[in-house]
Structure formats: C-alpha cells, structure tokens
Design a binder for this molecule. Sequence first.
Ligand code: SAH
Length: 288
Amino acid sequence: MKEEAASRNGKRKRQRNPKTPKEEPNETPKNQNNDKKRQRDTKTQKSNQHGGSSALSKRPTPSNFLDTLREKLSGGNFRRLNEKLYTCSGKEALDYFNEDPTLFDMYHTGYQQQMTNWPELPVNSIINWLSSRRSSLVVADFGCGDARIAKSVKNKVFSFDLVSKDPSVIACDMSNTPLESSSVDVAVFCLSLMGTNYSSYIKEAHRVLRPSGWLLIAEVKSRFDPNNGGADPKDFVKAVSDLGFSSSLKDFSNKMFILLHFKKKEQFNSNKKKIEWPELKACLYKRR
Ligand code: SAH
C-alpha cells in the first residue's frame, strides 16, 4: 500500500515538474518560474517588435523590474527567517518575532509559496488521519502555522505558534504550552520541529498527552537522510521511544516528507538515562 502511494506520488510529481524531481525544497515556486518565463517572452516579443537591436528594449520594463526585485527581496527574507528558525532555540525565535511580528507574516508568505512546489501537503495526511477517527479526540497542534488542522476537522484543537494571527491560535514557545498535563489525545508536529531545542517540544507533547495518546510527526525527508547530513531515523525513533513512547508507524513512501507515529506508553519507568537526541539537519532553501 505504501509502495502504491510512493508510485502515485512519483507519477504526480513527474507530471507536474518533469525536469526537476528534487527532494530538496526549491526556492523558486513553479508559478514564479512561469511568471519569469512570461516576462521573458513578453520582453522577447517587445524586442522583436523594435527590430531587436535597441539596448532599451532589452531592459525589463519598470513594472517588471520592480516585480522581479520584490520577488527577490521576499525570497531572500524568507530564506533568512527560515534559517533563523532552524538555527536558534524556540525562546529566541519567540523573542525575535515578538520584537517584530511582521516578520512572521513575511515568513508565512514565503512558506505558503514553498508549499506550492509540494505535490502533496503533509498537513493533509494528518487531517485525513484525524478525520478517520473519533472526533472526540482532543488535539494539540504544535507549530500550527495557519491552523489548517483546526479549520479542517471537527475535533477540539488547541493550536500553538510563535505569533497568533487568528484568535484561535495561542501564541507561545511550544516547549511551554498552557495545557494541563495528560489533557490531550493527539499531539501533532507538522514540519515544526525547527528549533535547536526540538527535544523540549517533544517532551512537552509527552507531558500534555494522556497515556496511550498519539504523537504524530511529519517532517521534511531530507532532514532524516543520514547519507546527506541528516539524522538517522533509527536514532530519532529510539530517542522518542526512550522518552516514553512506542513507535507505531514509520512511513517513508512520500518523496518529500516522512510520517512517524508514536503512542505514549501507559506506564513508563524512566530509568533517568540520558536520551541521545540526534541533531536534525536544518531545512534550508536554495538560492536560485
Ligand atoms: N504546521 C503547519 C506550519 C508549519 S511551518 C503546516 O504544516 O502547515 C512551522 C511552524 O512552526 C511555523 O509557523 C513556526 O512559527 C512554528 N514554530 C517553530 N518553532 C516554534 C516554537 N518554538 N513554538 C511555537 N511555534 C513554533
């Protein structure tokens, strides 16, 4: 079944982007490429209309030039903010966005553009998983972004992010949420294990989950590719298990993301042994 999913994904990817089936995220979304191509085509037509010899006709028109500049600046800002989030602690990230919440909008505009490159969004597989279960399950969405999960399912969802752009989102560093201990059934991290202290987010999920509660993690695949500087998934699964979870799903069938599901152990005698958390490779976007 997973193989089927993999080949379906492969097929879809090839159809949408036949030339560059890259696993690493691309910086320039496809529609921007099309826009650029359209701009180039328009320029060529104009240049041909003028006999193609005028130096002026080869320059972008002012509006095209400004659009290109704006595109480059916003792409650059997104890359910078994205790198910041992967290389600092959650506390630093919270202080950073609190100082200038407009940076959060800038980050999310870039993030949404990046997502247009993905043939399938991991958040949708989490929504499907939830939809196939009892809607009475209480969910905590750690690093919720635009709170798509809360908007898509019937369950009670507590949505957390560094900045609240919607009254339903609780602004906090997710290593320290206001939830009671053992109060939720499902904890979700969808592409949100970003901070250098990511283990403290998973510890917080363990605290707020009821015994037998679910921990669902979707992450960028390249972060878990040991042949490419990423973490060994086995080390990650072992660390989460040592915290008091048992692994219930390891799905690597998607080209872009992996899905890891765990269940909180009913009873767990922590022997206080130090957990070895592997470093998760930052997911940086290429400059194009
Ligand atoms: N889960 C969403 C958004 C993913 S982007 C989706 O799949 O679409 C990652 C999100 O995690 C960002 O919105 C970022 O602000 C948030 N995030 C990263 N570190 C965080 C932290 N320490 N506390 C709260 N949110 C955090």
